[in-house]
Design a protein around this ligand. Structure first.
Ligand code: BGC
Length: 721
């Protein structure tokens, strides 16, 4: 359908039809859905009429070729103008083939594999009839109490932006009309949802515009620069106004300044939540505010359909705004090819062939191995095949390995840790006991574990958080492992056997009671469908750990938020002339996190030498290069993430102690040296000044190169203009 025809279609639509087009409802509302009619609880109270369902524009959560075709067919029969539905779903880290959670994918520092994971998710979703995924989530995160940190790639704006682009490329590719392969992406949650106070989900966000622009906005912008089709609003307020009704954010910034002309959708129920937020007295005001802010689709509340018409008839709202919103949705449908083929992509045969195929599972195994981070190793890892192993812990045989936001993945299909280990060693060498549930244990369970451990050469502990303990509405104030598991470790420690802890969790944890009690710690996150195989590959050295943290692991909860790109303060603790007391510090714990951003070990070792700057003066049109020789000084092939940070020594406003400006993941054979080259130009030194202008300042800078944000060498240079 041409653009001309889209406006003709728009003009044929009645006002009711237009407003219904702007409402998104969950699958059970629709005829043809297998769970049609199962509208209970808050859904039942929405007051949605048949008429609205027949004219609504999009469906939330439907998938499966047969189901989506049925729904579309039933809809087209009843929709007066034959406008097809858009199917949108949360495909966050895989459709049926589940990849590690996004925080883990971040830790891979591997943009190609991240893109590949999104492309595989897109393929599986597309043949299952999905048109749009509510991904990527690119909220910058600094507070591990917030359960949704598992959905983000971490605490750094530059790295998050690179991943945002990679995910969008993976989902959308170059051509959205490629119907069996691509889905449209929706970047979320705009904006700054990750900065919820106290790490409590949905809580207040308040920050300066400078902070917002410098840290929180870049990743959303990067996704849009990559062509991301949609944006989702955040639940939080920003500067006193909920994002979903925030004109400054949505109209002035997103639409006018960034020129975003795609579809903006509210988060689930967020339009009506303007009432409890306390900025709208009723649904009508809520609808008015969200409409005026430019929210095109209202997800799962009825403020638009109940009030849109009245708002226009009473001249409170300009119908042109409604037309604009409808047109944007029709345009997206057109881009996806739905007017030509409303059943776009959905194909039962291809679904059988592609979804959860062995090549997809292979990719998931590879990414899971590359996402795990080795936090400690006194030499016990890799394990030797002749050792007898006692696998102990709640995750030894648990199938809770996919993590939150993996709706379509089936836990039963995930490779359990015990099964992964059995791929490596014979059953006679492996004993498997729980020792503890996730949150509780008993003396009998501990006794059984102790007995199993007595006969083993090494204890492998499979510990962690239940997936319900992170994700949406999964905030925790105490981010240690549950006491039951700490008790289990303590009991086993008395046997004085080597112990390896493998962790399955959705956030950086306070690892006291784990790191100090064990010989090795492998942070496996939620590794996804191939969990057991990937973990076994790592434990036995068939894969060499190459993941590096993208979110700091705090020393203890009292430090939170703790992140690498912090400011110095006027009384830094480590200044050469620092006083003992009157410095910025805690009296009882260090300032530094337990494991810093960028950190991760390998089974081999790397050395850095010969850092050379092409010039120690950088000029506006003359970038400098920094080269470093990285050598694998150990005996196993391995990958190192070489990291470049920069500090602007004296800015117009305070600047972070370090900012990531470049990284490269290099693979090195034992004894091999590779030269890594980074380029730094003036643009990379720009930042937001007090008047919000984005520019650089001449003067002194320090470049830091190293394996993580802590262990770096410093190389001064100057910017001259
Ligand atoms: C979440 C979104 C998600 C939406 C639709 C909300 O509760 O915040 O991230 O996309 O639900 O499922």
């Amino acid at each position: 359908m041409s653009d001309q025809n889209l406006s003709t279609l728009l003009h044929e639509m009645t006002l009711d039809e237009k407003i219904a087009q702007l409402t998104q409802l969950a699958t059970p509302f629709f005829k043809g859905a297998s769970d049609q009619g199962q509208i209970t609880g808050p859904m039942a109270e929405l007051g949605i009429t048949e008429d609205v369902v027949q004219n609504s524009g999009s469906v939330l959560g439907a998938s499966g070729a047969k189901v989506t075709k049925n729904i579309q067919q039933a809809h087209l029969k009843e929709n007066r103008l034959g406008i097809p539905l858009l199917f949108m779903s949360d495909i966050i880290h895989g459709y049926k083939t589940i990849f590690p959670v996004p925080l883990a994918i971040g830790c891979s520092w591997d943009l190609d594999l991240a893109e590949q994971s999104a492309a595989i998710a897109a393929k599986e979703a597309a043949v299952s009839g999905v048109h749009v995924t509510f991904s990527p989530m690119v909220d910058l995160v600094r507070d591990p109490r917030w359960g949704r940190v598992m959905e983000s790639t971490g605490e750094d704006p530059f790295l998050n932006s690179e991943f945002a682009r990679a995910f969008v490329r993976g989902y959308q590719g170059d051509d959205l009309s490629n119907d069996h392969v691509r889905v449209a992406a929706c970047v979320k949650h705009f904006a700054a949802y990750g900065a919820a106070e106290g790490g409590r989900d949905y809580n207040t966000v308040d920050m300066s515009e400078r902070q917002l622009r410098e840290y929180y906005l870049p990743a959303y912008k990067a996704a849009l620069d990559e062509g991301c089709e949609m944006v989702m609003t955040a639940f939080n307020i920003l500067d006193g106004i909920p994002a979903t009704g925030n004109k400054k954010l949505m109209r002035d910034l997103l639409r006018d300044e960034w020129n975003f002309d795609g579809v903006l959708i509210s988060d689930w129920g967020a339009v009506k939540e303007l009432i409890p937020h306390g900025v709208a007295a009723d649904e009508k005001e809520a609808a008015h505010q969200a409409f005026s802010a430019g929210v095109d689709i209202e997800m799962m509340t009825p403020c638009y359909v109940h009030n849109g018409k009245a708002l226009i008839e009473e001249n409170i709202l300009d119908e042109a705004l409604v037309d604009e919103a409808v047109l944007r949705i029709l345009e997206l449908k057109q881009k996806l090819g739905l007017f030509d083929n409303p059943y776009r992509g959905a194909d039962e045969e291809l679904e059988k062939e592609i979804v959860f195929s062995s090549s997809h599972r292979h990719a998931a195994r590879e990414l899971a191995a590359k996402s795990s981070v080795l936090l400690k190793n006194d030499g016990i890892l890799p394990l030797k095949k002749e050792q007898n192993v006692a696998l102990i812990g709640p995750f030894a045989e648990h199938d809770d390995l996919l993590g939150p936001w993996s709706w379509k993945g089936s836990k039963e299909d995930a490779v359990k840790i015990s099964v992964g280990l059995l791929e490596k060693i014979g059953s006679a060498q492996l004993s498997v006991t729980k020792g503890s549930d996730v949150k509780t244990t008993s003396q009998a369970q501990i006794d059984e574990a102790m007995e199993a451990a007595e006969n083993a050469d090494v204890i492998v502990l499979a510990l962690g958080e239940h997936s319900e303990m992170s994700g949406e509405a999964g905030s925790r104030a105490d981010i240690r492992l549950p006491q039951a598991q700490l008790d289990l470790i303590k009991a086993l420690k008395s046997l004085e056997k080597p112990m390896v802890a493998v962790l399955f969790n959705g956030r950086p944890l306070d690892l006291h009671g784990v790191v100090d009690q064990t010989n090795a710690v492998l942070e496996a996150w939620y590794p996804g469908s191939e969990a057991g195989s990937a973990v076994a590959d790592l434990l036995y050295g068939d894969s060499n750990p190459s993941g590096r943290l993208t979110m700091s692991f705090p020393y203890s909860i009292g430090q939170v938020p703790v992140y690498y790109n912090h400011y110095n303060t006027g009384r830094p603790k480590d200044a050469p002339d620092a006083q003992v007391r009157y410095v910025s510090q805690y009296l009882d714990i260090p300032n530094e996190p337990l494991f810093p951003f960028g950190f991760g070990l390998s089974y081999t070792t790397f050395s850095y030498s010969d850092v050379t700057l092409s010039d120690n003066v950088l000029k506006e049109d003359e970038p400098i290069t920094l080269t470093v020789d990285v050598t694998n000084t150990g005996e196993m092939k391995g990958e190192e993430v070489v990291q470049l940070y920069v500090r602007d020594v004296a800015g117009e406003v305070v600047r972070p102690m370090k900012e990531l400006k470049g990284f490269e993941k290099v693979s090195l054979e034992p004894g091999e040296t590779k030269q890594v080259t980074f380029t730094l130009n003036e643009e990379q030194l720009r930042y937001y000044h007090s008047d919000l202008s984005f520019k650089s300042d001449t003067g002194e800078f320090i470049a830091y190169i190293g394996p993580n944000s802590r262990d770096v060498s410093a190389h001064p240079f100057k910017l001259e203009k």
